[in-house]
Design a protein around this ligand. Structure first.
Ligand code: HEM
Length: 494
């Protein structure tokens, strides 16, 4: 049975449901941490989960005992669909093969001649053009940001980006949105506790399964098109590369490279790689509106290093320590997966004097690491100096782990970091930001702070910083006041 860490006494079947506050799973965990320490056990329904808080405990598990803690914990509402297939949900030999393949394919030129950077730059340019069309009106950027991050995944897996008005693409986005909304809803948390009963009745999970099925059909049709056009000497995207691997291993009945794993790996990339990046971008703009002095310094660095005449490129980042520090602080502060993604131990595991039986679920509470007061001077403030030394050089922080740590470390980390840099610098190179509210009135209280953390809904306007004449970008005096004052002037002008 093992010897689990201490925790509140569970009820039969219902576990610690009474200790969990649906408004803030994280808050409930913080209260329990005060009572039981950095490592404790809670029962989600009848199953125990071990919760790890603070940098030290999370590192000791995910890094010092990386292999033991590398299992993926079940997510009850998704279990019947994925059944352990697809890179984000698989375990053991299957996960290892899919992860190695996915990383190698997305790295370098695993998918033909176009690099990841080119794909993101193309999307960044479309994003700037789309924002130009808003003509300085106030907009809520949520949908547009989902669109651009989903399009980057489309470019990688399908080999093509879609026009923002394309009806098929809009349907794909709606399905994704609805699926991710259900996954982060209170219903899914209840399902986690009571899946044994709820799965026998129709409910929101039935709608979730219909949506996922439609998404699977969309992906399968696309795979069939790829199959017909496949050129074995020139794979041009993720699906082509996977199909070639299926063919290569077709005589091996044990192969992990089959249709179901392809479809579910593609879905994993969409689920893990769209809302995460787009929520971070939204937080970025909100924090820059709230902190106009920071915005001003970022734009000054962009003007100095990149200037107005060319697109930002990844190699600029090394020359932009302030912008790099700000992006790190945005990710630290926004902390978009506060309780982490569940892991499990793949064997009986000794940890800090306890014995966790094989398959015990483990939550590495990332919010407790990103806000660890032993590692960050002002854990609850937005403070880019966390990532700068006294000379203004970029300074690494070991407790900066928005992508987690160890063997399950986010597979899209490099892609996501490139997206954040290129999308943000492209927007700030071209636009001043305006808000209908003064910075001190902007409320940062998250709209949700449970399994996912979401910023409040807000609006802003994008005011061109440069006029265009005969294809050359030139400074537009009337449109280019100092960014901090632009912030307020634009409000009065509207
Ligand atoms: C700011 C953006 C992002 C953040 C903060 C983020 C964060 C995370 C976190 C916390 C995990 C869980 C790691 C664990 O289990 O300990 C994860 C896993 C994962 N992420 Fe990301 N992610 C981001 C963007 C992306 C993108 C763009 C992709 C697209 C390729 C992606 C693909 C994945 C996949 C496939 C996994 C599962 C890895 C596995 O189970 O082996 N993520 N991510």
């Amino acid at each position: 049975q093992g010897c689990l860490p201490p925790g509140p006494r569970p009820l039969p079947f219902l576990g610690n449901i009474l200790h969990l506050d649906h408004k803030g799973f994280l808050k409930s965990l913080q209260a329990l941490r005060e009572k039981y320490g950095d490592v404790f056990t809670i029962y989600l329904g009848p199953r125990p989960s071990v919760v790890l808080c603070g940098y030290e405990a999370v590192r000791e598990a995910l890094v010092d005992q990386a292999e033991a803690f590398s299992g993926r914990g079940h997510i009850a509402i998704l279990d019947p669909i994925f059944q352990g297939t697809g890179v984000a949900f698989a375990n053991g030999k299957s996960w290892k093969a899919l992860r190695r393949f996915s990383l190698a394919t997305m790295r370098d030129f695993g998918m033909g001649k176009r690099s990841m950077e080119e794909r993101i730059k193309e999307e960044a340019q479309c994003l700037v053009e789309e924002l130009q069309k808003s003509e300085g009106a106030y907009v809520d950027p949520t949908f547009l940001f989902h669109t651009v991050t989903a399009n980057v995944i489309c470019s990688i897996v399908f080999g093509e980006r879609f026009n923002y008005q394309d009806t098929k693409f809009l349907r794909l986005l709606n399905l994704l949105n609805e699926i991710l909304n259900i996954l982060s809803s209170f219903y899914s948390q209840v399902f986690e506790l009571l899946s044994g009963i709820l799965k026998h009745f129709p409910g929101t999970h039935t709608r979730l399964y219909r949506n996922i099925q439609e998404l699977e059909e969309f992906v399968t049709e696309n795979i069939e098109r790829h199959r017909k056009m496949l050129d074995p000497s020139a794979p041009k995207d993720f699906i082509d590369s996977f199909l070639l691997r299926i063919d290569k291993e077709c005589s091996n009945p044990e192969s992990e490279f089959h249709h179901k794993n392809l479809v579910h790996t593609v879905l994993s990339l969409f689920f893990a790689g769209t809302e995460t990046s787009s929520t971070t971008l939204r937080y970025a703009l909100l924090l820059l509106l709230k902190n106009p002095d920071v915005l001003e310094k970022v734009q000054a660095e962009i003007d100095r290093v990149i200037g107005p005449h060319r697109l930002p490129a990844l190699e600029d980042r090394a020359k932009m320590p302030y912008t790099d520090a700000v992006i790190h602080e945005i990710q630290r502060f926004s902390d978009i997966t506060p309780v982490g993604v569940p892991h499990s131990v793949i064997k009986d595991t000794h940890f800090r004097g306890y014995l966790l039986p094989k398959d015990t679920i483990v939550y590495p509470v990332m919010g407790s690491v990103l806000h660890d007061p032993h590692h960050f001077e002002k854990p609850d403030a937005f403070h880019p100096d966390h990532f700068l030394d006294a000379e203004g050089n970029f300074r690494k922080q070991e407790a900066f782990i928005p992508f987690s740590m160890g063997k399950r470390l986010c597979l899209g980390e490099s892609l996501a970091r490139s997206e954040l840099f290129l999308f943000l610098t492209s927007m700030l190179q071209n636009f001043s930001l305006g808000s209908p509210m003064a910075p001190e009135d902007i409320d940062l209280t998250p709209r949700k702070n449970g399994f996912a953390k979401l910023p409040p809904v807000f609006q802003l306007c994008f005011l061109p910083r440069w006029g265009r004449r005969e294809g050359v970008q030139i400074p537009s005096e009337s449109l280019h006041p100092a960014p901090a004052s632009a912030h307020n002037e634009s409000v009065e002008a509207s």
